[in-house]
Design a protein around this ligand. Structure first.
Ligand code: ADP
Ligand code: ZN
Length: 728
């Protein structure tokens, strides 16, 4: 029987593909490998970079059929806690382990080395022909320091040609500069605020969590402007003092803009950034700097959770209730929940922050599983805005308009006082529906079960689900009549028209994600709003949070009922959180702000809680309802979404899967039912909803079920969404 040569090592390698298992490889002579090492291996016909997951089993006979590891990469190994985290996330979400691993592998080894930066410094004798421009350059470089070529030109106020001329004549020489560091070291003591007593207590408690250095979860709970950010900065500072790394998670990239400057005011330098808008080369360098412990603080979107920290000491989840933390494609995971899991595996503290905690977190805080650090007042004794409902049943806007006279009057008064006003409407575009007045034709998406939204700034009708778009036609495609198309309902662009008519001469700006050209442009626009360049802001949820607008004192919510009736078990919670946050934009500096809710249901519990400011009553009721109906966090939910290009095929496959569900007294399997969004991107969708008690291994149940259920083929696709947040 062939035997492995004595001492020859075999390793199991996980590759970043849609596979759960690891594959065994021989370690060639002269190479030593440890778990976590990145290696190149051959799988099938292709070469992949994978990660050594452990020692392989030298089974007899197998050895000679194994391939050799192709090579070892010169990057720090994936540490044990991160590998455990990958295993955990994959086990919990039923996402393939290789795909979860892939989220940790952004080292960009295919991008090549960092681009060289060319620097210049003083070299030979001064040039024969001297000009004022040339002498400025030479004076700048007199200190003997090297500068990037472009920086030298800019600082001296000359063109690149002037610098090049000096190089050609030998007065300057070029050298290769090291790349800019991804981020400077933050200074934990750069600028400390004078905390108020309650802030001080919370800041001490947050800092102590870091000092203790164990796994623990705390919730910083306080209204917008109460100093939550300043408080968790104390924990960040303590972690940095101890040489630890800190991850600060934000739900949206747009939010990180102002945050970078806030951070710089406190720590003297900006943190590193991690999100989809970071350029690939920069991302690769950031990944490496995080693995090398060169980056101490990084702010990022949910994907930052999978970074290979060398010595992570603290995770912050800002706006922890935000639903943007849920990833809805590929691996379905909730970044806030997974942050808590990573914290427990790494044995480090996790700090959640919110003015309107998720019901899940609120329950954990009420039960003492999470420690609550409460910040009751706004900083500087400012008050929460006064909130008033405008009953649309009795105070309706004029026909074809969306702003009631009451709201228009209040805005007028605010503008006369030199304050800013915000109209909030969580709907992009001009109108959610276009129809033909002559024949009744409605414009709908050919690929989705959805109306086309009129985007008048872009002169297109667009599907918000698949991106399909068409120019607004001259004539109705059904009856061929012209001038019969009518917009139904408002979007922010239509509101802008109404605002222009109501408040002539006032400067207004529409802020909506589809109008954002770039993150940098958005940063500028937000700064312009903050500096008072606009009187009126018309915005979607893009403006709901994060940004600080000192002159804004009035918020008008144009359609407070918008999110309430979509069949989502979290609809009330979401609406409450969103409207609370939007209303909280008012009056952060200019005294007591005003919030107006235009609603058809002023007696709805969400509206009542907002008007009375009685948050606790809202949570008490919502928690009671969830408990009664067994919804999270009192029970577990999972969704199976079966989709395919053919409706009957998708439906019959969904039925077969449902029929294969193992019998279990504690589990209820509901459906399949046509999904509320039954057609998306040309795929027909059916949903199976699975409910279980909280203390039940839902993932294990699903795994057992799907192992025996019929497999998808052809265009059919099955997605597992554990802890679903969206019910569309
Ligand atoms: P939150 O995160 O709860 O919205 P912030 O931490 O952003 O609140 O604080 C709101 C504003 O008040 C910020 O401009 C912040 O710098 C300021 N602030 C809060 N507490 C203090 C303090 N103790 N001293 C000075 N400024 C403070
Ligand atoms: Zn579509």
């Amino acid at each position: 029987m062939p035997k492995a040569p004595k001492g020859q090592q075999i390793v199991d390698v996980v590759v970043p593909l849609a596979l759960d298992q690891a594959y065994s490889y021989r370690v060639p002579a002269g190479m030593t490998l440890e778990p976590g090492d990145f290696v190149n291996v051959q799988l099938g016909q292709a070469e992949y970079t994978g990660v050594v997951w452990g020692e392989g089993n030298p089974r007899p006979g197998l050895h000679n059929r194994l391939k050799d590891v192709g090579g070892k990469l010169d990057v720090p190994p994936l540490r044990t806690p991160l590998r455990s985290f990958v295993d955990w996330v994959s086990g919990y979400t039923l996402g393939a382990r290789g795909m979860v691993l892939r989220m940790t592998m952004r080292m960009g080894e295919h991008l090549g080395p960092a681009r060289e930066r060319v620097g210049v410094r003083l070299a030979g004798p001064p040039p024969k022909r001297m000009t004022p421009a040339r002498s400025r350059v030479l004076r700048l470089l007199e200190d003997g320091m090297a500068r990037a070529k472009s920086d030298a030109a800019q600082e001296a106020g000359v063109s690149a040609a002037v610098v090049n001329g000096l190089i050609d004549e030998g007065a300057l020489e070029t050298i290769v500069l090291p790349p800019d560091p991804v981020a400077e070291l933050p200074d934990p003591d750069f600028m400390q605020p004078d905390f108020l007593d309650e802030q001080r207590a919370a800041a001490n408690a947050a800092r102590d969590l870091v000092t203790q250095g164990d796994y623990a979860v705390a919730l910083i709970d306080g209204v917008t402007g109460s100093g939550k950010t300043e408080v968790y900065f104390e924990a960040v500072a303590e972690a940095i003092r101890r040489g630890k790394q800190v991850l600060i998670m934000m739900p949206e990239i747009a939010l990180t803009a102002q945050f970078l400057d806030r951070f710089a005011e406190r720590f003297g330098t900006r943190p590193a950034e991690w999100h989809s808008q970071v350029q690939p080369r920069k991302r690769a360098r950031t990944w490496r700097a995080v693995a090398d412990n060169e980056v101490k603080a990084i702010v990022g979107a949910r994907s930052a959770l999978f970074l290979p920290f060398a010595d992570l000491g603290l995770i912050i989840v800002d706006e922890e209730h935000d639903q943007a933390y849920k990833q809805e494609d590929g691996i379905h995971y909730h970044a806030r929940d997974m942050a808590v899991v990573r914290g427990s595996i790494e044995k480090i503290p996790v700090i959640l922050s919110s003015a309107t905690p998720s019901v899940e977190t609120e329950v954990n805080a009420r039960r003492g599983r999470y420690r609550r650090l409460r910040l009751p007042e706004r900083f500087g004794g400012q008050h929460l805005p006064h909130i008033e409902a405008i009953d649309l049943k009795t105070q309706a806007p004029p026909r074809g308009r969306f702003i009631s006279p009451r709201l228009a009057d209040a805005v007028q008064t605010a503008l006369e006082r030199g304050e800013q006003a915000l109209f909030f409407l969580n709907r992009r575009g001009y109108a959610p529906l276009t129809l033909c007045r002559a024949c009744g034709h409605r414009f709908s998406c050919p690929n989705c079960d959805a109306w086309l939204v009129d985007h008048r700034f872009k002169r297109r009708l667009v599907c918000h689900h698949c991106g399909y778009g068409m120019p607004v036609p001259e004539a109705c495609p059904q009856c061929a009549k012209t001038d019969t198309l009518a917009a139904v309902g408002p979007g922010v662009e239509r509101l802008a028209e109404e605002v222009a008519a109501l408040f002539p001469g006032k400067r207004s700006i529409v802020l909506s994600s589809d109008l954002v050209e770039s993150v940098d442009r958005l940063r500028e626009e937000l700064d312009e709003v903050a500096e008072g360049h606009f009187d009126i802001v018309i915005g979607t949820q893009l403006v709901a949070k994060g940004h600080h607008f000192p002159k804004l004192n009035l918020v008008g919510i144009v359609d407070a009922d918008l999110g309430l009736s979509n069949g989502d078990p979290r609809a009330a919670e979401r609406t409450f959180q969103l409207l609370h946050q939007v209303a909280g934009r008012a009056g952060r500096e200019a005294g007591r702000g005003l919030g107006f809710l235009q609603t058809h249901q002023p007696e709805h519990p969400v509206m009542r809680a907002l008007i009375s400011g009685d948050r606790e009553a809202f949570y008490a009721k919502e928690i009671e309802e969830r408990e009664k109906s067994g919804y999270p966090p009192f029970g577990r939910l999972a969704a199976l979404i079966i989709s395919g290009g053919d409706k009957h095929e998708a439906e019959s496959h969904a039925r077969k899967i449902a029929a294969a569900a193992p019998l279990d007294e504690s589990v209820r399997v509901l459906g399949p039912a046509e999904a509320p969004l039954a057609l998306v991107r040309g795929r027909y969708r059916f949903r199976i909803l699975v409910k279980s008690p909280r203390a039940y291994d839902m993932s294990g149940y699903l795994r057992g079920w799907l192992a025996h259920a019929p497999k998808t083929r052809g265009t059919l696709k099955l997605e597992v969404d554990i802890d679903p947040q969206s019910f569309l």
